[in-house]
Design a protein around this ligand. Sequence first.
Ligand code: DGL
Length: 272
Amino acid sequence: MFVQQAIAILDSGVGGLTVCKEVMRQLPREKIIYFGDTARAPYGPRSPEEVRLFTEQIVDYLIQFDPKLIVIACNTATAAALDYIKDKVNIPVIGVIHPGARAAISTTKTGKVGVIGTIGTIRSEAYTIALRELNPQIEIVSQACPELVPLVERGLYDTDEALFVVQNCLQELKEYPMDCLILGCTHYPFLKNSIQQVMGEKVTLISSADETAREISTVLHQEEGLARGNDIPVHQFFCSGDADMFRKIARQWLGEQIELTPIVWQVSSPVG
Ligand code: DGL
């Protein structure tokens, strides 16, 4: 591993930017190559086989840039393809489900945890397995919220429409006792305000982003691969769909980090 190589981050769309922002904050020297498969999002309703294929195509594309580590910043793709991709490439691959589960276990005081995610993630039971591995006594209530990702991809996260959709989605779930709710989809932190408003202040929202960035930092440290020097990294962002919408959402979400770090915007498709 060479310290100047980039960290590759992928998602079905803009959701992985929530992880990207945390990596920029915790590891400001690291160069990031990001791929959002906006043309084929959402991944949530697709079969695990299809999600695995799409993830493999993006990884094959990103590998050309010779990254030192790959982050599957998508819960749906982590559930469907993490082990497969780990076997396929010879660099470290990090998913977002174990970091999210770890963060919830260290936060909950009552041992009652909620999980929301895409249909694919909830159906895979990946969070239930990861949480029970850490604490078999944990009580879990999960729910798929397929309406949320399309809202975020359309840039409608801070709107009355978003609050209305979130209210409808979480109506039943909020009746269950829990002190933590895992945002088991990397798009959901965009809707954090609405979700918090609906769930109430007593429920702590858990996003995998923090803990995933910490895991990246630990792995790079162990492999002696942390970037050095004072050069400002030039990040590269790719998306397969509407570049204007992607750019708008990324600028809004990443905020000042974007001014600090020049970005080469390119549109590309992993399927040629
Ligand atoms: N952001 C992704 C996740 O964490 C995928 C959402 C989707 O494309 O349905 O699951």
